[in-house]
Design a protein around this ligand. Structure first.
Ligand code: GTP
Ligand code: MG
Length: 253
């Protein structure tokens, strides 16, 4: 059993990718479990086998603790951590080949509070990986791209799990735009040139320094373009997962 956490900024396409990739895996004869870790979501594009909303109700948390929506989400993240043993048991009992975990819209809840890494660690002792989404439309601007690079490095630093980077919703951009962003992820010269071309003044300087700091840390993540709408990139995404989780052995057929 492999556990895959899907992370990314709000609206980057986590839930739709979870839905599309699970369908793709099922066509490849995989037994898939989906875990919804987002307590605040009202509508999902899939039916999760395990749903934190069965454990924590955000409306009740707001009422019981007298909190607003954001305070309640923070509280809910901690309450979910308290329930991790039961959630973990549910995951283990299902015994599927692969578990996709859709995380909350407010990424900082999972990434930057103690409860996130705790949940990731305690959710069974199986092999795990993180998938981080770069929203394609947001990434067109090199300033946004570098900011996202920084966020993804912060995630890596928090979880210390193998991490895969995807350019999500890539169907929304023309092919050459997608290729350009992918080239930024494979070559610092290419990203540096885009920063010089599109940004100026302090923004240019800061972006260049941020990029260099990340490269100095040895964090280089090649982006794979994917689309939950057209299913583009699912094979490459799956190959990257197989490389990490099964040491290159194919688990799909
Ligand atoms: N064209 C296109 N739209 C997409 C794709 N994936 C997601 N979307 C759209 O982007 C919006 C956000 O998608 P979600 O899957 O809900 O994103 P999310 O990261 O789960 O959002 P939060 O959980 O609220 O942070 C929705 O309107 C989707 O229809 C894609 O691959 N292509
Ligand atoms: Mg979502």
């Amino acid at each position: 059993m492999f556990i895959v956490f899907i992370l990314g900024t709000a609206g980057s396409g986590k839930s739709h990718l979870t839905a599309a990739f699970s369908e793709w895996l099922k066509l490849s004869k995989q037994d898939v479990t989906i875990v919804n870790l987002d307590p605040g979501v009202s509508k999902l594009p899939y039916s999760p086998e395990i749903d934190v909303r069965d454990y924590v109700d955000i409306g009740t948390v707001m009422e019981e603790y007298g909190l607003g929506p954001n305070g309640a989400l923070i509280m809910a993240a901690d309450l979910i951590a308290d329930q991790i043993e039961r959630i973990s048991k549910e995951v283990e009992e299902l015994q599927s080949d692969i578990v996709l975990v859709d995380t909350s819209g407010q990424m900082e809840l999972f990434a930057f509070r103690a409860s996130g890494p705790y949940i990731a660690n305690e959710l069974t002792k199986e092999q795990k990986a993180i998938v981080y989404l770069f929203d394609a439309v947001f990434s067109v601007n090199p300033l946004n791209y570098v900011s996202n690079l920084f966020l993804s490095s912060a995630i890596y630093n928090r979880f210390f799990l193998p991490q895969i980077h995807l350019l999500s919703k890539s169907d929304l951009l023309p092919k050459e735009e997608v290729n350009r962003i992918v080239s930024w992820s494979s070559s610092s010269e290419s990203l540096g040139a885009a920063i010089d071309e599109k940004l100026d003044g302090t923004r240019r300087l800061l972006s260049r320094n941020m990029m260099q700091a990340i490269y100095k840390l040895g964090l280089r993540f090649l982006l794979t373009p994917v689309s939950a709408k057209t299913n583009e990139g699912m094979i490459s995404f799956n190959t990257a997962l197989e490389r990490i989780l099964a040491q290159g052995d194919k688990y799909t057929f």
